[in-house]
Design a protein around this ligand. Sequence first.
Ligand code: SF4
Ligand code: SF4
Length: 376
Amino acid sequence: MSKSQVYFAPSKVKRMHVSHTLPAKIDRVLRDDIDLKSIVGGKRTVIKVHLGADRIYTTVHPVLVRQIVSHVKEAGGKPIVVHSWGAVDAATRGYSTETLGCPVIPMNGTTEKYYYSHKLEDYPYLNEVLVSGEVQDAEAMIVVSHVKGHGNTGMGAALKNVGIGMLAGPSRGWIHQQVGQIPYWNESACKTEQPCNTCLETCPVDAIHWGGPNKDELHVDFHMCTFCNKCVEACPVDALLLNVDELYGSFQRGMTRGAKEVLGTFEPKSVLYVNYLMNITPWCDCHGFSTPSITQDVGVLISDDPVAIDQATFDLLKDAELFEEAIPDDLQPIYEGSIFQRFLGTAKDPQYQMIEAEKLGLGSRGYDLVSVESDE
Ligand code: SF4
Ligand code: SF4
């Protein structure tokens, strides 16, 4: 497969002048390097942003979202900023029609009921994907992604913004629940040992709980689980088996299959991706809170290939310094691997999603990184 181009605007400011700042470099890419008019010109263009929830303050800054809106308008597009139902109160975090310069709307309606059903007949894990109504109605799209760690994918960026972020609520839930349908607990073996809580007491991240109507079903929270295997080794009757490929992999397969359905609603060359490697936090913005950044800001990547941009994002971050003092006490930065695996667990390789997406033909993991600097 041929290599895709990924433009890189570094956060570092070489000279103390506005022309050397990050927005100036992003302007240059969108004005000189990308033919934005051919992507959005004359088209209803959704700008998909994760606007966070509650008290989060580390999503992509309104100044930077407004910059994208302005470029879409200048290129002749008709922009609408979309997010999930949380768009209705996004003004409390600074995202409004007044600040961004275009409508800000919930992409699935305020009740998550505006979507298109896509039946899947070729996929064993999911029967159906519910694609956002506003996204499918659009003719072009700019995918604006805040890069961060993620308990289910290792890293959240463009692929996650599309493959989970652009589905209606029930569909997002099905992909999250897929993992729970894969057997990992031998109930009858476990119950020969009762009362026993050895695995719960062994788990270093409190990921195991009793659940179900009678509180007698053993559940593992795979967002928290680091696949350290301590519970498996501690169980006296071998009642646990945590297969990383089946459990962690099921989420990546469901998410990338969702992304394929979303992107299949667009004509070729009508989607652009912008990844912000800034204010990088350990977890998804859905949780409604921020932490200090876990590493220094890197910059912004822009590409028309969702796989290449996420691969380049990972490659720029994998060996970055982890600010251990920024990691909350209930995550442990003790593992081997990339910056995200250091606290999410070695088994949670963020590249899994890129590998799956490439298999589905969504893009190429090979890329040429084109660094941009200011004009002067
Ligand atoms: S594998 Fe480790 S982190 Fe996961 S549930 Fe078992 S003990 Fe907890
Ligand atoms: S350690 Fe094994 S037997 Fe004990 S509760 Fe956990 S799964 Fe059941």
